[in-house]
Design a protein around this ligand. Structure first.
Ligand SMILES: NC(=O)c1ccc[n+]([C@@H]2O[C@H](COP(=O)([O-])OP(=O)(O)OC[C@H]3O[C@@H](n4cnc5c(N)ncnc54)[C@H](OP(=O)(O)O)[C@@H]3O)[C@@H](O)[C@H]2O)c1
Length: 292
């Protein structure tokens, strides 16, 4: 899993939630391989700081930022428009952003926040960028989508008709359900993309030292405080993500689930057609913005 310093030269990668943690470290890993890297964040100041850190640490000046609140569908639409206007191709899309939410909250579109931020808006962003990914794959032989999930998906079921409500809200289950949805979405999208040259895979980095649990839900903060000594160093933690996003041998691999660099069997109820198609339908129904 060593990085070839120039193997990504001329390629364009988009990483959501790139202002710290797994997203920033992944962006850095890919920038070190010579790619043009665009990170997405919601604060211009934090985007600028992160871009500067990545440029310095990678010695690659082709690192840029785009601002969007990824919990908002209209921001996602503007983000996709800005990306399509500014960049000629999209070789790698890393759907990384994610948060654990303590109390019931809704996104600007009135959707439970974990679901909107961790899953649904990635579905929307991917959909808006799909033509560009397909054209890139046609011209260059491949394009990749990486979904960052978490092993916590195992706590949830694949029944997405029953989503977390305000009454009796459980933040851990809401997080788990959004991460399970990413797995199910990966299965369905991989089927729909067969033969296009665009691949999609889900990966969990394992337990990595970041601020995810220090900035969000109380239950997660408490767990993190106890378990923190066991967490992996951030840059070690993202190595498998960078590998999945860039390694030549993974070029044609699609619809798979990885725990770090180890492929794990995609659970049956994450790939069954009746479930994957139902999630697709629910996702479409929840998208309110007019697409491009
Ligand atoms: N850390 C782990 O052990 C672990 C394990 C398994 C899976 N994961 C997954 O890895 C991914 C990244 O987690 P992390 O640990 O790196 O989290 P993190 O340190 O909390 O970083 C989250 C990133 O997302 C951004 N973000 C949050 N809400 C946003 C919004 N509404 N709009 C735009 N950007 C937003 C944050 O930007 P701001 O600077 O604006 O807050 C930050 O850059 C998540 O999907 C998580 O589920 C992490």
């Amino acid at each position: 899993m060593t990085a070839d310093k120039s193997s990504m030269e001329g390629k364009v990668c988009l990483v959501t939630g790139g202002t710290r943690g797994v997203g920033e470290a992944t962006a850095l890993g890919i920038a070190r391989m010579g790619a043009t890297v665009v990170i997405v964040g919601r604060s211009q100041e934090r985007i600028n700081d992160s871009v500067e850190r990545i440029r310095t640490a990678s010695a690659n000046n082709f690192v840029y930022g785009l601002k969007a609140d990824l919990s908002s569908q209209s921001d996602i639409l503007q983000l996709a428009q800005a990306f399509l206007e500014r960049y000629p191709t999209l070789d790698v899309l890393v759907n990384n952003v994610g948060a654990t939410i303590l109390n019931y909250q809704e996104s600007p579109d009135g959707i439970e926040l974990s679901w909107a931020l961790n899953y649904l808006n990635h579905y929307l962003l991917t959909h808006l960028l799909l033509d560009m990914l397909k054209v890139t794959a046609e011209e260059r032989g491949e394009a990749r989508i990486i979904e960052i999930t978490s092993s916590i998906f195992q706590l949830a079921s694949s029944n997405f008709d029953r989503q977390q409500q305000k009454r009796g809200y459980n933040g851990a289950l809401a997080y788990a359900q959004s991460k399970r949805a990413m797995m199910v979405y990966t299965s369905e999208l991989a089927r729909r993309l067969e033969g296009s040259g665009v691949t999609v895979n889900a990966i969990t980095p394992g337990f990595v030292k970041t601020e995810i649990a220090t900035t969000s839900a109380l239950w997660a903060r408490l767990i993190m405080r106890v378990l923190q000594p066991l967490a992996m160093d951030l840059h070690k933690g993202v190595e498998p993500i960078v590998w999945l996003a860039t390694a030549g041998e993974m070029r044609k691999v699609s619809g798979r689930y990885f725990y770090r660099s180890k492929e794990k069997k995609m659970p049956k109820d994450c790939s069954e057609r009746v479930i994957t198609q139902r999630l697709w339908q629910i996702s479409q129904e929840q998208i309110a913005v007019t697409t491009l």
